[in-house]
Design a protein around this ligand. Structure first.
Ligand code: SF4
Length: 180
């Protein structure tokens, strides 16, 4: 383990399942703490990246303007940006709405749903503007690595990060990236 890393993580339009899977490295997190410091992350509750982060792990795709802003900010700070999981890589589950008009989605969710009380579409000015479609992150910024899975397994995170920390190009064996 030659290089000490600064690692940041964030979630855009995701479910935090990728973060939960990352935490499934269990006691290996102690070994990780010997080779890496955590910067911005839901795990640290630090809200903004320091100027220079080695590895940024992004869960989730882009469903609103705030996601795009966060992604661009993250990209600026991170030397290596990693799209983690199906949502970041191809939009994942949230992108199922891409086949339906946004207006119809909102109507179904907030106006026409079964047992909806006081139906109204949220319109607070502080709510981020929804995009018409959900986008994968590589459509907006350069992505250096893609970790597939929904979510990627803890062993996948572990192998990937320890390869990088050792100064090696990450190399994931087939059993960590096949889902058949
Ligand atoms: S890839 Fe799967 S686990 Fe990860 S954020 Fe998306 S839905 Fe959740």
């Amino acid at each position: 383990m030659a290089t000490r890393l600064k690692v940041a993580t964030t979630s855009l339009a995701g479910c935090f399942g990728c973060h939960m899977s990352f935490l499934d490295i269990d006691e290996r997190i102690l070994q990780l703490a010997e080779i890496a410091d955590f910067d911005r992350s839901p795990l640290t509750d630090i809200k903004h990246c320091s100027e220079s982060v080695d590895i940024g792990l992004i869960e989730g795709g882009l469903c609103n303007a705030e996601n795009v802003h966060t992604l661009r900010e993250f990209r600026k700070s991170c030397r290596i940006l990693v799209a983690v999981g199906a949502c970041a890589i191809n939009g994942g589950l949230p992108a199922m709405r891409n086949h339906i008009k946004l207006e119809d989605c909102l109507n179904e969710a907030y106006l026409d749903g079964y047992n909806t009380l006081n139906p109204q579409i949220p319109n607070d000015v502080e709510l981020p503007l929804l995009l018409n479609k959900v986008h994968p992150i590589h459509e907006v910024v350069k992505v250096d690595y893609f970790l597939p899975g929904c979510p990627p397994s803890a062993d996948t995170f572990w192998k990937f990060l320890t390869d990088l920390a050792s100064g090696n190009e990450p190399s994931l064996p087939y059993d960590l990236i096949h889902y058949d």
